[in-house]
Design a protein around this ligand. Structure first.
Ligand SMILES: [Zn+2]
Length: 211
């Protein structure tokens, strides 16, 4: 066993023998770390996470509880991932706004992925953005600006194409049950939950959806 700090019982953390978990990394109970993963010193991973094959988790990265990271994802210094986030295979984060091989004073720019958000396969998340609660980034999207809570973003550069429920299903116009002066209220036809979208956000969607 590597000399990382395991929160809770060691028996309840699985680290595949091919994985490298550096001393000083913190791994929560119930988390599974699969083949050829590299977790750097000072990284903090919560409970009940699943870290797929070939994932790289850099120095100082924070991962919440119940996070699922699929094969081949690299999460660099400056990225924070909250609870219940899904990161699809080979999604990429950046952390340098002005990359130059010869710049010795570069600073990592931070990125935040909020609770319940999902990032599709092969998406690229350019640093400095916040991906809101329960947002959905489509496969292959290139995210260059903030994604609002429950927002669905698609394409390169990623544009707001709609909204999704907590359960991930799209919310369409025929799911709208109420419009107030401040919110559009949807009810999901899959799980029945209500989702409130502020009017100004709905208007941003109407503008971007035309593009
Ligand atoms: Zn739903």
């Amino acid at each position: 066993m590597n000399r990382c700090l395991l929160v809770g019982s060691e028996k309840k953390v699985f680290i595949h023998p091919t994985a490298i978990v550096e001393e000083g990394a913190i791994i929560g109970e119930g988390t599974r770390i699969w083949h050829f993963v590299h977790v750097r010193s000072g990284a903090k991973i919560g409970r009940n996470c699943n870290i797929g094959k070939d994932v790289y988790i850099d120095v100082g990265v924070e991962i919440g509880d119940n996070v699922k990271i699929q094969n081949g994802v690299s999460i660099y210094r400056g990225v924070k991932v909250e609870d219940d986030v899904f990161i699809g295979p080979y999604a990429v984060f950046t952390n340098d706004k002005y990359p130059r091989a010869f710049n010795r004073n570069w600073k990592a720019v931070s990125t935040l992925v909020k609770k319940g958000a999902s990032i599709g396969a092969n998406a690229t998340i350019v640093c400095g953005v916040t991906i809101g609660e329960y947002a959905m980034v489509a496969a292959g999207a290139v995210v260059t600006k903030d994604v609002p809570p429950h927002g669905l973003v698609v394409g390169n550069p990623a544009r707001l194409k709609g909204f999704v429920c907590y359960c991930g299903r799209p919310l369409r116009d025929d799911n709208i049950v109420e419009k107030t002066s401040q919110y559009i209220i949807y009810r999901c036809s899959e799980c029945g939950k209500e989702v409130r979208i502020p009017i100004e956000l709905y208007e941003r969607y109407l503008r971007e959806a035309q593009k």
